[in-house]
Design a binder for this molecule. Structure first.
Ligand code: GLU
Length: 271
């Protein structure tokens, strides 16, 4: 199957092609804090064309960094993809990852999590004029796109629609292009991410969320496995963010009016 070109991806989400996915540089000597985020998920983790970073994960990461003693100018956001989050933490390329990163047992074998700090649900995004997909089983006769290394792709293969023809790409913005161009009939991941694409300027009216709740995705902040000290500090910061109202403000700002968000989940990790 044809994979969307980078230029098309950039056009559909307004992504800067100069966005760097390079890693490197020791952090502590420069006095900066390296944080892994997504670069192509509007409302969640996004590198805008002017080089600024937006999204709920960015706001959470910035708040946590402040509590750890790092002003925004000392943060270095690095791009992570769904498939390399564990690796970048294991190699110390980033101090923590805030990237729509669901806590699960398989990942906990390789990394530790603070949180959870957000609850999302897996859903489907289809073209606005498509009435044929209303439930997960409908996908068994359809072409579907999701992302390598995500729980969304795993859930499709293991339980939701094992017979679907599943195209797995590097990021969700590539899936969105495939959906727009008719290469696939649907894309699947967390409703938080899908809502961001549907609401993005230029995409309005083109796509719709089916409105299913196919899983519980508890987002955690990934840290190096066994770093209980950092995990504890991040948990304290996340609790404070909820208590002082910043969490609510960030949800409203990033997910907009139409998104039905869940309340802040209780922090359970590390206890
Ligand atoms: N929350 C899911 C996951 O961690 C899907 C979103 C993503 O791939 O970042 O796999």
């Amino acid at each position: 199957m044809k994979v969307p070109k980078a230029g098309a991806v950039a056009a559909v989400i307004g992504l800067s092609l100069t966005a760097s996915g390079c890693f490197g540089g020791g952090d502590d000597d420069k006095g900066t804090l390296s944080i892994g985020i997504k670069f192509d998920q509007p409302g969640v983790g996004m590198r805008e064309t002017d080089g600024t970073f937006t999204g709920f994960d960015v706001d959470v990461a910035t708040y946590v960094a402040k509590e750890l003693g790092y002003k925004p100018e000392r943060i270095e956001f690095k791009r992570v993809d769904s498939s390399d989050r564990e690796l970048l933490l294991q190699y110390g390329e980033v101090k923590f990852v805030a990237a729509s990163y669901s806590i699960n047992d398989k990942r906990k074998e390789k990394v530790s999590f603070a949180g959870p700090y957000f609850l999302a649900h897996q859903d489907l995004l289809v073209r606005a004029d498509d009435p044929t997909i209303t439930k997960a089983e409908d996908l068994n006769t359809k072409k579907l796109c999701s992302v390598t290394g995500s729980t969304s792709a795993e859930n499709v293969k293991n339980k939701l629609a094992p017979k679907a023809s599943l195209l797995e790409l590097l990021g969700y913005s590539e899936c969105l292009v495939a959906l727009q161009d008719g290469l696939v009939d649907a894309m699947t991941t967390d409703n938080s991410i899908l809502a961001g694409y549907a609401a993005r300027k230029g995409n309005q009216g083109k796509f719709k969320l089916v409105g299913l709740s196919l899983s519980n995705e508890n987002y955690g902040i990934g840290v190096k496995k066994g770093d209980t000290a950092l995990q504890g500090k991040i948990n304290t910061a996340l609790k404070k963010m909820v208590e002082d109202g910043s969490w609510d403000t960030a949800v409203k700002k990033n997910f907009g009016e139409n998104y039905k968000s869940e309340p802040a989940p209780p922090i359970t990790s590390g206890s």
